[in-house]
Every structure is written in structure tokens, then in C-alpha cells.
Design a protein around this ligand. Structure first.
Ligand code: ADP
Ligand code: MG
Length: 648
């Protein structure tokens, strides 16, 4: 067993060449600017090159992708177009990112193809891409399983299988799918499992499927956290939004930020408010289409956006080196989420800053975060309004001087315009300059007044002069939405999530549509931004299903969730009526396999499979034979339950 406890520990392997990587990969690494391998890379690469199984535990941001991608690339047979490596990731974003990393590292490998496959992408496109061939497949478990079942993905020639972010796959309820895939791939393969934490369930998977693996543990709170300066602000007296803008304004070395909030609604709310205050901000959440989300990340990369307001799920794994700040606007649910969040900054060896907003009653969480990261988090004082004002004034002065000093700037036209205004109105230049200065600061007022005016001016719906920004914002997030829910509504939603009460909802897809519980969980988690642990029991019926979710989900969220497609059908979610109590579950989990604990998840796929539910089967014809099925629809007479729904 290999233990590496410090990233600075002297290592005989402090060059990539020393790890045994081939020359073409070394050339690429030099081009992308990696000088030395990170600890997890130094520890893993030789074993993976030697074909051994491996269990790797290391925090986010420690360079796990290259740790498995480089040895995979080194061992590929590029003459063959058949899949030789499969990487499973919990989300589409990660699948895309890992695929992108492969492409980057394979720059000098001719004939190399990597293919990301994930739910939500067109099957037709994927089938075509698969038939063209790729040596490396990176995918989410559900979609990979679909392709294996259809036979569109053949893994007879598989050499290496990687489980990336295994703990996250567990958290999102995908672990059964992962095991199914492990059981349906050649036994002779090499398997590597990477995880930021090692919960017992992950150890169990490793125990069942890895062959005397090499174990690598890079102790927590090393590379990532050390490079991140962690601070907190105790929420008191000042409104959180007001505090946020003051902090953003006063931060030195600010380049770009991810701001974490708990709900998708809050991402939109806060992004809108920041945008209205003149920040280049947009939301990133599971309601947005994949294309839109990718565009937001791209804009953050290029600097078209400086601030992205995101949920944990939507921001997971984002790798944008520009991100200088992570702001935990809403405190995370657990320390693990915190570590994942702050790992979005301090990327690629840069320094990062993490700021946490802590309400007085959340102080215990602050303490556990400090314990988990083994680092004190320093309190910060909020900059005063005067501080922010004088900062903005000095920035404004500097901008004016820079413009005047810019040799490429031809101001003749503008001077003539000012002269014309002066002559036509008998004004002096000072008065005109004052008016222009006023106009120039409307979006971000130089004088910050009492709560209300100064900011209100900036948030007034009719904005002056921001056409270029407008485009950015509309590109960043879908703007054609229902009116915003009011504050109380948002608070209600937060409470619903926080107090953990679940309630039954009805969704308009069922077994007859070919759905399985994991697809429902996947859609709600990936696209709905609802974490797996907030999804309770799922019960499938022929043409609808019930699912337990936090009570009191807002109408706004329900509309958004309702639009999500599963197997091509919108979820059309609504709370169950009072007289529609969740019907008794049809299937009980089958008895656990030998040596295996019963699955804790009510949506355990095996339970359904073992009971003869075949997802590829066409809609049931003979409904009346199923005791739990709604009564058959008589011609011309809708059954009561259906009618009441339609009248709603
Ligand atoms: P993880 O999967 O552990 O969260 P990533 O693989 O996403 O981490 O890597 C984090 C960042 O570090 C990426 O921006 C990556 O390009 C960069 N990186 C990885 N290895 C190295 C290296 N050896 N030198 C410099 N940067 C690296
Ligand atoms: Mg990773």
C-alpha cells in the first residue's frame, strides 16, 4: 500500500518522464505546461501503466483525471477503433470534461478518438458516433448501461475501466448501475476506482470488483485546500446581497467567481440581481439545457462572464482556472460539499479564495468544516459603504486617466461633441463632465447610499446603456420564465429542503413508457438539480409514477421540473392530491445477493428487474390484469382518477 501524505514530500518520481510515460505524451505535457506530476499522479501512473488494479482516494483538484488518462493513453492500440477504456462519471459535465482532457493529452496521438456518452443527448447521434468507433468511452452510468443492453456498445476488447468520483455516483444513486456495468464487462480488464472519500459502500464495490488493488491515499487537506485562503463572514445586520456586492467590490485580485446557492431558483434570482447591479453574472443550474450550461462555462472561461451563480450539482467538476473566488452564499449541507465547492478555485496551481456566509445558527457547520479541512477559516469584516464608495471612486478616476493616456485612443470626435454641447447651451466643460460622469456610473453608483436608493437606482428595470452586457446575460440563462417567485416563496422552498419533509408527487411517466427509477432519479438530480438524498421512494405504475420529494416545492420549480423529459415524455410533475395517497409499492426489493447488504435505496433497480419488469418492453397491453394498475379506460368514459387530473 502506498501512502503519500504531503504534496511536497521529496519523490523519486518528480518528473513525468520518470514515471515511464512515452515520449509523445511527455511532449504534450510540456506543451500544456505541466512541470511535475501531482502526488496522486506520481503514485498512480506507474501502477496503472503496469496494468494493476487501483483504488485511489484524493480530494478534488488534485489531478485525478491525468492520473488515469495518461496511462490509458500510453497503453492504447491506436490501430484498432474499438473501445479499450471506459470511464464512468457521475454527471454529463464531468463526462465532457474528462473527454476534453483525453483529447488534450492525446494531442500527438494520431487516430485517437474519445466519445462522451450521457443521458439527454440524442440516441441517434450517439449510436452513429459509437458505430464510427472510439478507443475511449467516457459516460454516465445510465446511458452506458443502455448502450450495453442494446448492444450498441461492445466492450469485448476492454482493457481498462475507471470509476471517477465513485462517492458522487453513490450519492446520486447510480452505484447499482455501476455494479451492473462492472458485472457486464470482461473480467480480465484493469479497474481503477477514484473517489474523494471512501465510504463503506465504495470500499465494498472495490472489494467485489478490484483484484488485489494498489491503494493510494492522498491525505485530505493537502494541495487543494492549502492553496485556498478560506474566510467567512458572519451574516448579521446587513442583507446578504448587499454584503456580497461589497465583498466582490473590495476583493483584491478578483478575476472570476462561482457563487454557490442551494436552489435553482436562487441561482436565477441572485444572478439577475447581480446583473442588474452591473456585474457580468449568469446562473448555472440543472434547468438549463446542456448547450446553455456549456455556453455559460465557456463564457466564464473567456471572461465574457465574471460570476456564475450555481447549485452544487450544476457546478460539480467545473474546471476554469480563472476562478479566483468561491463564495458560499448559502452554506453547504455538509463538509464534503464544501470541499467540492472550494475546489473550483485554486485550479492549476493558482491561488484561490473561498468565502463562506455563515448565519449565527450555522456556526456549528463552520466548526465541522474547519475540522474537516484541518484549517482555521478566518473571519472577515465587511467593508463599509464608505470603503466601497472610495474604492469605486478611485477605480473610476483611474479609468478616466487610463483612457486619456491611451495612445491608441482618438478622442477628437468626443471633444468636438463636448464643445458642441457647451456652445449650443452655454455650459462649461465642468458641468458637462459632471453629467457624463453621472451617466457613466449609473450601473455601479460611485456613492452608495442607504439601503434602498443607491442600489435601487441600479436595479431599476429600465437600464441605460448596457447593450453588450444584455446579450451576455440572455445568452447565459433562459430568460423566458414565469414571474419570479417572491421572497417568501423562496424561503419556503429553502425550508422545505432544509427540514427534510418529503411529500408525494405524481409524474406522468411510468413503466409503460419504458422508464426505470434510476432514470427518474437521474433526471431529477442531473436536470432538476435535486440531490439524490432529497429524493425518496419512487413507485412505478404503468403510465405514471409517484416520487417523494421535499414538501412544498414551489410552483415555479414544479413547472421547470415538469418540462424535463424522461424517455421522451415530460415529467409533468404535480403534488399528489390528498385522496391520492402514495399507493402501496408493487415490488419489494428482492432478497439481497449473497454477501451483500440489502440496498438502502427504494429505487434499487434490481428489485424491479428481478420482478420481471423489462424496461425495453412496449407499453403493457393488458392493464386490467395488473392489480395495481389504474382501471382500464373504457371507450368514451375516463376513469375517475384520470378525470380529476384532467380537470385540474
Ligand atoms: P480532480 O479530478 O482531482 O478534481 P483534475 O484532474 O480536474 O482534478 O485537475 C485539476 C486541475 O489541475 C486541472 O486544471 C488540471 O489541468 C490541472 N493539473 C492536473 N495535473 C497537473 C499537473 N501535473 N501540473 C499542473 N496542473 C495540473
Ligand atoms: Mg475529477
Amino acid at each position: 500500500m502506498t501512502e503519500s501524505t504531503s504534496p511536497t514530500a521529496p519523490s523519486l518520481l518528480d518528473s513525468f518522464a520518470g514515471l515511464g510515460l512515452p515520449a509523445d505524451l511527455l511532449a504534450t505535457l510540456a506543451e500544456v505546461g505541466y512541470e511535475t506530476p501531482s502526488p496522486i499522479q506520481a503514485a498512480c501512473i506507474p501502477h496503472l501503466l503496469a496494468g494493476r488494479d487501483l483504488l485511489g482516494e484524493a480530494q478534488t483538484g488534485t489531478g485525478k483525471t491525468a492520473a488515469f488518462a495518461l496511462p490509458i493513453l500510453a497503453r492504447l492500440d491506436l490501430a484498432s477503433p474499438h473501445p479499450q477504456a471506459l470511464v464512468l462519471t457521475p454527471t454529463r459535465e464531468l463526462a465532457l470534461q474528462v473527454a476534453e482532457a483525453f483529447t488534450k493529452y492525446a494531442h500527438h496521438l494520431r487516430g485517437f478518438h474519445v466519445l462522451p456518452v450521457y443521458g439527454g443527448q440524442s440516441m441517434v447521434v450517439q449510436l452513429r458516433q459509437l458505430s464510427r468507433g472510439a478507443q475511449v468511452i467516457v459516460g454516465t452510468p445510465g446511458r452506458v448501461m443502455d448502450h450495453l443492453e442494446r448492444g450498441s456498445l461492445k466492450l469485448d476488447g476492454l482493457v481498462t475501466l475507471v470509476l471517477d468520483e465513485a462517492d458522487e455516483m453513490l450519492r446520486m444513486g447510480f452505484i447499482d448501475d455501476v455494479e451492473w456495468i462492472l458485472e457486464h464487462t470482461p473480467g480480465e480488464r484493469q479497474t481503477a476506482l477514484f473517489s474523494a472519500t471512501m465510504p463503506a459502500a465504495i470500499r465494498a464495490v472495490a472489494h467485489r470488483h478490484l483484484r488485489s488493488p494498489e491503494e493510494i491515499h492522498i491525505r485530505a487537506a493537502t494541495a487543494t485546500v492549502a492553496k485556498i485562503r478560506q474566510r467567512y463572514w458572519l451574516v448579521r445586520g446587513v442583507d446578504k446581497l448587499d454584503a456580497l456586492t461589497r465583498i466582490l467590490d473590495a476583493e483584491e485580485n478578483f478575476a472570476a467567481a462561482i457563487i454557490f446557492v442551494r436552489t435553482k431558483i436562487s441561482t436565477e434570482e441572485l444572478a439577475d440581481k447581480l446583473a442588474a447591479r452591473g456585474y457580468a453574472a449568469a446562473a448555472l443550474n440543472g434547468d438549463m439545457t446542456q448547450v446553455l450550461r456549456e455556453r455559460v462555462i465557456e463564457q466564464l472561461k473567456t471572461g465574457a462572464l465574471d460570476i456564475v451563480v450555481a447549485t452544487d450539482v450544476a457546478a460539480r467538476g467545473i474546471d476554469v482556472p480563472r476562478i479566483s473566488h468561491v463564495i458560499n452564499y448559502d452554506i453547504p449541507y455538509d463538509t464534503e460539499a464544501y470541499v467540492h465547492r472550494i475546489g473550483r478555485t485554486g485550479r492549476a496551481g493558482r491561488e484561490g479564495v473561498a468565502i463562506l456566509f455563515v448565519a449565527p445558527r450555522e456556526r456549528r457547520m463552520l466548526k465541522s468544516i474547519e475540522r474537516a479541512t484541518r484549517q482555521p477559516i478566518e473571519p472577515i469584516a465587511l467593508p463599509s459603504r464608505e470603503d466601497v464608495s472610495s474604492l469605486r471612486i478611485s477605480q473610476f478616476k483611474q479609468k478616466v486617466l487610463d483612457t486619456l493616456a491611451d495612445p491608441d485612443m482618438d478622442l477628437d470626435f468626443f471633444m468636438n461633441t463636448v464643445d458642441a454641447i457647451a456652445a449650443e447651451n452655454t455650459l462649461d466643460a465642468r458641468e458637462i463632465a459632471a453629467a457624463l460622469a453621472y451617466l457613466a456610473q449609473v450601473e455601479r453608483p460611485l456613492q452608495i447610499e442607504e439601503e434602498g436608493r443607491g442600489w435601487d437606482l441600479a436595479t431599476a428595470p429600465q437600464q441605460h446603456g448596457k447593450p453588450p452586457r444584455e446579450e451576455i446575460f440572455t445568452a447565459g440563462a433562459p430568460r423566458t420564465r414565469q414571474p419570479r417567485p417572491d421572497r417568501e416563496e423562496i424561503l419556503n422552498r429553502r425550508h422545505a429542503f432544509a427540514d427534510g419533509k418529503l411529500q408525494g408527487y405524481r409524474i406522468a411517466v411510468g413503466r409503460g413508457h419504458g422508464v426505470t427509477p434510476k432514470e427518474i432519479v437521474g433526471a431529477l438530480a442531473n436536470e432538476g438539480g435535486i440531490e439524490g438524498r432529497f429524493i425518496g421512494q419512487i413507485t412505478l405504475f404503468d403510465d405514471f409514477s409517484t416520487v417523494e420529494l421535499p414538501a412544498r416545492l414551489s410552483p415555479d420549480l414544479l413547472v421547470a421540473l415538469g418540462r424535463i423529459l424522461v424517455c421522451g415524455h415530460p415529467l409533468a410533475i404535480r403534488p399528489l392530491d390528498e385522496n391520492e395517497a402514495i399507493p402501496a409499492r408493487r415490488f419489494r426489493a428482492s432478497s439481497p445477493r449473497r454477501g451483500e447488504k440489502p440496498s438502502a435505496k427504494p429505487w434499487d433497480k434490481r428489485a424491479h428487474r428481478d420482478n420481471g419488469s423489462d424496461t425495453s418492453r412496449p407499453p403493457y397491453k393488458n392493464k386490467s390484469q395488473r392489480r395495481d394498475a389504474p382501471p382500464p379506460v373504457d371507450k368514451g368514459r375516463a376513469p375517475g382518477w384520470k378525470k380529476s387530473r384532467e380537470q385540474k
